[in-house]
Design a protein around this ligand. Sequence first.
Ligand code: AMP
Length: 428
Amino acid sequence: MSFNDLGLSAALVRAVTDQGYTTPTPVQAQAIPAIVEGSDLIGIAQTGTGKTAGFTLPMLHRLMEHRPESKGRPVRALILTPTRELAAQVQESVKTYGNHLPLKSATIFGGVGMQPQIQTLRRGVDILVATPGRLLDHLRQGTVDLSRVETLVLDEADRMLDMGFIHDIRKVIAAVPKQRQTLLFSATFSDEIRKLAGGMLRSPQHVEVERKASAAEIVTQTVHPVSRGNKRALLSNLIGEGGWKQVLVFTRTKHGADRLAEQLEKDGFSSSAIHGNKSQGARTRALSQFKQGRVRVLVATDIAARGLDIDQLPHVVNYELPNVAEDYVHRIGRTGRAGNEGKAVSLVCVDELNLLKGIERLLNRNIDKQIIAGFEPDPREKPEPLFKKPKGGGGRRPQGNNGGGGQQGRGRRPSQGQRSAAPGRGGR
Ligand code: AMP
């Protein structure tokens, strides 16, 4: 299935392709054709399923297909969201996917001045993304006209109800034409949502996608406690004894990645390293050799591995635990996709016990520990700091514990949870 099969115009398929997306997600594959045909729709899907493109693409398609003859630019599509943050995100998607189309969009939410919004509305917009409270303020003041709305979208309707927007929503619905297409998205299909949908949708199609089990739930995770100096020998043993054919190994530093790949080569395993100091050409080459099975071990740093198109790996090894606990989850997400059982193994020495604790706290459970015979950790080994203070103070500078150096400069990005958290209500 490709985006060409969903009935979308060439300009929209091009905009999706520009984003590097080749395959529609399940919610997109089901929702897009139904919406293109004009059906009302209830979509039970969470953030992360691709639901935004699932309603934005067909909505844009229809707006282009049925352009009104009259002059001016009435609001023809209205998307309600519970929060300002979501409104801004959704408008970003509208802009991204509408990149090749002559349509205008705007966001309307509280907490900022009315005047600039009034001016924007006066100039005319085709697509309005709004939080209910501020939209009602504009309705009361007569600064927005919703009488020409053709498509109404309620995004994260369950959250809007939780936030007490039900009356506001009903007032907005009273201001849009009865003859319209209505799309309702919600993470859950509760009785309240059923009731809301019953009164505002007409013979809706239902699309429901299951919550994806997180990598942490489906990947078998094991920690092998080991002495600092024995990690490489243990890794070679695991690869050799286990007959692992394709393994992605994470190190903390670029230098550590290079050294490990060299040492594994010496142990008889074809290996390549990828990290930020390698040219794009070298990275692409290493990756394609790995995918073809010509290279058995790919050693990578977190940044180099991010965005790599390698799926369904049978084995991921944390040769060193990451500095940031969330990166552990990203790393193990490289295995066990699409129903394949994956294994993630972490080689943990005494220096990393605090990092391990942080990861277990994030996962909210302990990871199974297995000592491999012949590679028992030395109980006399004392922890050494992973991060040495740079001379003259300043920020922490991680120092690889086995040769170190060459740490990639990286900021701590917000995790998915933080990104989708909803600070502040999107009302007035
Ligand atoms: P959403 O559930 O709408 O918040 O989307 C989750 C993420 O998936 C967003 O970062 C989108 O850019 C991305 N995305 C949407 N559609 C696709 C697709 N077909 N393939 C890959 N990623 C996608």
